[in-house]
Design a protein around this ligand. Structure first.
Ligand code: FE2
Length: 465
């Protein structure tokens, strides 16, 4: 520690404060640095500033690349999150439900005797491989990597092919969720941060997605991409300038510290961009006629062509089947008129998108619709406030693109989790709206309590492994 601090103190002309990473991360590591930071701040008589590690990645990324209001893909060993700023704070739009992307690649690498960290070796081998089919798990705005890693680890295909399949699948999942957040939030910048961001293929895929959406991709220089001291110092400076010192009594580390806990007074508020209506969804174009809506899943050129075709056809067939099933069970949905390849022709639903007018009454109706859906054994898979339309006080559920038949508690819990997250991202004080939603959900679905309990568990589940 002495070797690190002494030269810095010698070089720094003036020292205004001592910043340290307060979390998230591994407890013992965080505590070691926090102890040193406290001692140093006290000895020098300068303020102490506890910094959120994820926030620091985002702020150094914004500072060094010059982007302003991006959707951030933060992909590192322990973390995989899609983050965007709204009304005073960064919000987590989506994240991994099990392990981080970097850990997923490392786990696979270990089973095949590849050197640590696994990413670079997998990237090299993937270039020589052919694509193979592996499980693709996106649940609304969240992702999961465990199934993919297990399947890749036990695959009998040649190693370069497995590397190719693993990389293409895992990255496509991240890019899809990033694109979904971009569409939902109406932003036009993407920032890639975290150690896995050094992967060329991931950069290329994000770049292609951005280009097709008219958005711009920003990637910091390698030295500011992975963990670095400058990011803590720079974010500490922003906090210092805004009077956000950390009293010693509040300087305990928090291994589960989340970015959405930190107020960010240095950011300008652009709430209006959040509510901008996005004419083009994340994966399909809906052409509205007078009475019909024609939904076509367009090619996503960022992902492998075979994977792309497979996903589009599967999702189209499944969507049409589940919309009809939901409707038979009393859920408001569009009427299906025709299905062909990657296109569905359905009834045009007139009304107002739920996120454009959030009220307790509407949320209660939404809760009832979701309750009926779950009671019918269907999970929606992308329950955001953009995917519900209010017509004559009734909620019509649209976009069943990621829906599935399931009576599993976990799937239902994730469904609710996605919606509650989208609500929390949309308004600063979501509690009343959430309570109204829960009322409607309970009324329509006898199994509601168990699902609500599971949703809470999903929220609490160790996201920082
Ligand atoms: Fe990090």
């Amino acid at each position: 520690m002495q070797d690190v601090i002494a030269p810095v103190l010698g070089r720094a002309g003036r020292l205004d404060a001592v910043a340290f990473s307060q979390g998230p991360g591994l407890g013992p590591c965080l505590r070691t640095v926090a102890t040193a930071a406290r001692a140093l701040a006290l000895a020098l008589g300068v303020p102490l500033i506890g910094v959120n590690h994820c926030l620091a990645h985002v702020e150094i990324g914004r500072y060094t690349t010059g982007c302003e209001d991006p959707i951030v893909l933060y992909a590192s060993g322990a973390n995989t999150q899609v983050i965007g700023y709204l009304a005073g704070r960064y919000r987590i739009f989506g994240e991994t439900l099990d392990i981080g992307l970097g850990n997923a690649l490392d786990k696979f690498a270990r089973t095949r005797g590849l050197p640590h960290p696994g990413g670079p070796g997998i990237e090299r081998l993937a270039r020589e491989g052919e694509m193979i089919e592996l499980p693709y798990t996106v649940k609304g705005m969240d992702l999961a990597f465990s199934g993919l890693v297990t399947s890749a680890s036990s695959s009998k295909a040649p190693l370069p092919d497995v590397c190719r399949g693993l990389q293409e699948t895992a990255f496509a999942m991240c890019v899809e969720v990033t694109e979904r957040a971009l569409a939902h939030a109406g932003k036009d910048e993407v920032l890639l941060v975290g150690g896995v961001g050094a992967n060329r293929r991931l950069q290329e895929m994000l770049g292609t997605m951005c280009k097709e959406r008219g958005a711009r991709l920003f990637v910091p220089e390698p030295v500011y991409l992975g963990d670095n001291g400058a990011m803590i110092a720079y974010t500490g400076r922003l906090q210092l300038e805004n009077g956000m010192n950390t009293p010693i009594s509040e300087s305990r580390v928090d291994p589960n510290y989340r970015i959405d806990q930190v107020p960010c007074p240095w950011r300008d508020d652009h709430p209006e961009t959040f509510f901008r209506v996005e004419p083009r969804g994340a994966e399909a174009i809906v052409q509205l006629g007078k009475t019909d809506a024609v939904k076509s899943r367009f090619e996503r050129r960022y992902r492998d062509a075979a994977l792309d075709t497979r996903l589009r056809q599967e999702r189209t067939r499944s969507e049409a089947r589940l919309i009809s099933a939901a409707r038979r069970n009393g859920v408001g949905t569009p009427i299906i008129r025709d299905v062909d390849g990657t296109t569905i022709v359905m009834e045009r639903v007139y009304g107002e998108v739920l996120k454009a007018g959030l009220s307790a009454e509407r949320l209660e109706a939404a809760g009832e619709a979701v309750g009926r859906l779950h009671a019918a054994g269907i999970v929606h898979g992308d329950l955001t406030t953009s995917n519900m339309i209010v017509r004559d006080g009734r909620v019509v559920v649209i976009d069943f693109g990621l829906a599935q038949s399931s009576e599993e508690l976990e799937a239902r819990g994730v469904d609710l989790h996605v919606l509650l997250q989208s609500l929390s991202a949309a308004v600063p004080e979501p509690d009343e709206l959430i309570a109204a939603f829960v009322r409607g959900y309970r009324r329509a679905f006898p199994g509601a309590d168990a699902v609500l309990e599971r949703e809470e568990a999903i929220r609490r589940r160790g996201r920082y492994l």
